[in-house]
Design a protein around this ligand. Structure first.
Ligand code: ATP
Ligand code: MG
Length: 395
């Protein structure tokens, strides 16, 4: 984060030396005022994208259509965006047009909340025409300008308001809150990809319970997939206990669990996320009926086992999870995969004198389970004795 700030300040300096206006903007400024670390620092400038590219030796066109050039600074890459306003979002996905403007104030005016509409100059001073610093001091999330107009332009901002409330613990100012209530229905028009990106951050915020309560109060929950309002109300205590997960996928797993794990994937999770959600569900189902056995520990990833147990606890079905127990017992397993078994399919064929066939795979599976469960040592001789015995008694 040190490097990112140094790179951003250096880029601001270079742009200013080239005769342009340039400042640091957005979430990084907010986080800095709040004493939090930022993982990306954005620069805004009066220079047009082509002019930005001429100032720096290494750049990449990442979002040139909306005025953004990535400057590859030796310390860190930084996004540099030309001062701009946005047209409306008639498809609720992307602005119909972006218009470059010369005034920083115009650029800040298009931003969603006062806390996100503060600029930081090269000398460390702030340009804060909408009172963002005061709102941060008072712990308030407030739309820039007329909230009804702003949510009418882009309904995603309603979810962002809740997301920032979850991140900061601030309250949403009453006129802003009222406007969310009035515009809640239009969240249906917003693409699920954009919603997912915001919800990923809600799950990671450490205040998912607060967010759920706000989704509920504003009427957003009733319009969002898997968040049906009556259910959310009864599940609120679970979300409050959810805390700060290691990975956002835990939030998707809990949402789907509480919604009764429906088929389908309304939030377009990635394949990796879908798999993890399935594994957590499987671990949960096991853990609510009994402690994990060695075969569970062998088959399922540690993260899924820990999370499944955590969910069993969240829903009052077990005591506190003990993640160290999972790690310890996993480390003690005699094998970690089929490859570590002291036997091969060819050996089974040789020992029996039978022709290969589906039986080989079946028996490797049985041996695997017997070894994992500690019924036989992972030693060729022991495996052979156990196998021959079982194989013969089956015919
Ligand atoms: P985080 O630190 O969680 O990334 P952020 O404030 O940086 O929060 P981003 O989504 O990265 O949030 O957006 C960067 C900035 O762009 C915001 O601070 C805000 O000024 C502006 N912005 C982003 N999305 C919108 C939007 N939908 N409407 C208006 N302004 C927006
Ligand atoms: Mg950001």
């Amino acid at each position: 984060t040190e490097n990112i700030w140094a790179a951003a300040f250096d880029i601001v300096r270079s742009l200013r030396e080239a005769g342009y206006e340039a400042v640091i903007v957005g979430g990084a400024v907010r986080d800095r005022i709040m004493g939090l670390t930022a993982d990306d620092v954005d620069v805004a400038t009066s220079a047009l994208p082509e002019q930005v590219k001429n100032v720096f030796t290494k750049t990449a066109d990442v979002g040139i259509a909306h005025g953004t050039v990535l400057v590859i600074h030796p310390l860190a890459p930084v996004e540099v965006t030309t001062f701009r306003t946005e047209g409306t979002y008639s498809d609720h996905r992307r602005p119909d047009s972006v218009k470059y403007v010369t005034s920083l104030k115009e650029d800040l005016r298009r931003r969603d909340f006062t806390m996100n509409a503060i600029a930081l100059r090269e000398d460390g001073s702030l340009y804060d025409p909408f009172g963002g610093r005061e709102d941060i001091r008072s712990g308030i999330i407030r739309a820039v300008g007329d909230p009804d107009g702003r949510f009418g332009e882009d309904a995603l901002r309603m979810i962002r308001a809740v997301r920032f409330a979850a991140k900061t613990g601030f309250r949403i100012e009453s006129a802003t809150m009222g406007a969310i209530g009035r515009h809640a229905e239009s969240i249906r028009k917003v693409s699920v990809e954009r919603i997912k990106m915001e919800l990923d951050k809600v799950w990671k915020s450490g205040r998912a319970g607060l967010a759920m309560e706000l989704f509920h109060q504003t009427g957003l929950a009733a319009r969002l997939p898997l968040m049906d309002s009556s259910r959310s109300a009864s599940d609120l205590p679970v979300w409050r206990k959810f805390g700060e997960p290691d990975e956002s996928v835990e939030g998707w797993a809990l949402l789907s669990l509480l919604a009764g794990s429906p088929e389908g994937n309304p939030y377009k999770l990635s394949n990796a996320e879908k798999r993890t959600v399935r594994q957590i569900r499987e671990a949960f189902d096991i853990r609510i009926s009994r402690p994990y056995d060695e075969m569970d520990l062998y088959r399922l990833p540690a993260h899924a086992l820990k999370t499944g147990w955590k969910f069993a606890w969240l829903t009052g079905k077990t005591g506190l999870p003990e993640p160290e127990e999972i790690d310890r017992r996993k480390a003690q397993l005699p094998v970690r995969s089929m490859r570590e078994l002291d036997v091969t399919g060819n050996e089974l064929i040789a020992w029996t004198g039978e022709k290969g066939g589906p039986w080989v795979k079946k028996w490797l599976g049985k041996i695997e389970e017997a070894v994992v469960m500690g019924r036989i040592p992972n030693q060729s001789d022991d495996i052979k004795g156990w196998f021959i015995n079982g194989f013969n008694s089956e015919r």
